[in-house]
Design a protein around this ligand. Structure first.
Ligand code: ZN
Length: 204
């Protein structure tokens, strides 16, 4: 199982953030539960993180956000999951030896909303790293970055679950469209409780 923690950064998650996703802060307790469980149950986790420079091309589509080195670009649950972590630079590439290690936390920096714009992550995907994998996706925003992650994983042959009470969308219409698209693509919807229970049926 691999967790995908999409763009859970201050500028998206908190009221007053540069590109605040409405009510995103309401899913923070569930994000915290999922990320804490990833540490406890040693689930490989990939956190994507926008890391922009002033004048990045994406700012023609979205207002400036997550400028590298500013508080808005930090992850809201920076200390989780408690796993050995590795930061993947914006310009990193995967070579023939690159592979995901079990129980590691990867923080993948990016400058385009689709996390597979990372050549490192896309390289792994092209080599089949996610084929047949159970991928559990949560974060923001449902109708942009989460959508790109989920559909990108489906395309790669992953078995994708979206945690419906640990995501938030920018606008109701595009979020509804995204849900329809995901369902049509065979994506399964789940809840934080169900994910935690599947990790540790005894205790949770
Ligand atoms: Zn961005």
């Amino acid at each position: 199982m691999i967790f995908f923690d999409v763009d859970t950064q201050f500028d998206f998650m908190e009221p007053g953030g540069a590109l605040y996703v409405p009510q995103a802060e309401t899913v923070k307790p569930n994000l915290e539960r999922l990320l804490r469980a990833a540490g406890e149950s040693v689930v490989a986790t990939i956190s994507s993180r926008c890391a922009h420079q002033p004048g990045d091309p994406e700012f023609q589509m979205f207002p400036p956000h997550c400028l590298e080195g500013t508080p808005g670009a930090e992850r809201v649950l920076a200390e989780l999951p408690q796993l050995p972590s590795q930061e993947i630079a914006v310009d990193a590439v995967a070579d023939a030896h690159t592979q995901l290690e079990a129980g590691k936390h990867y923080v993948v920096k990016k400058i385009v909303f689709d996390m597979f714009s990372s050549k490192w992550l896309d390289g792994l995907r092209q080599r089949g790293a996610f084929r047949g994998e159970h991928c559990v996706v949560f974060g923001v925003a449902t109708d942009y970055c989460v959508r790109a992650c989920v559909l990108g994983l489906v395309e790669a042959g992953a078995q994708v679950q979206v945690v419906e009470d640990a995501i938030r969308g920018v606008a109701p219409e595009t979020t509804e469209q995204t849900f329809a698209e995901m369902r049509a693509a065979g994506v399964e919807f789940t809840t934080t409780d169900a994910v935690l229970k599947s990790l540790n049926p005894e205790q949770r």
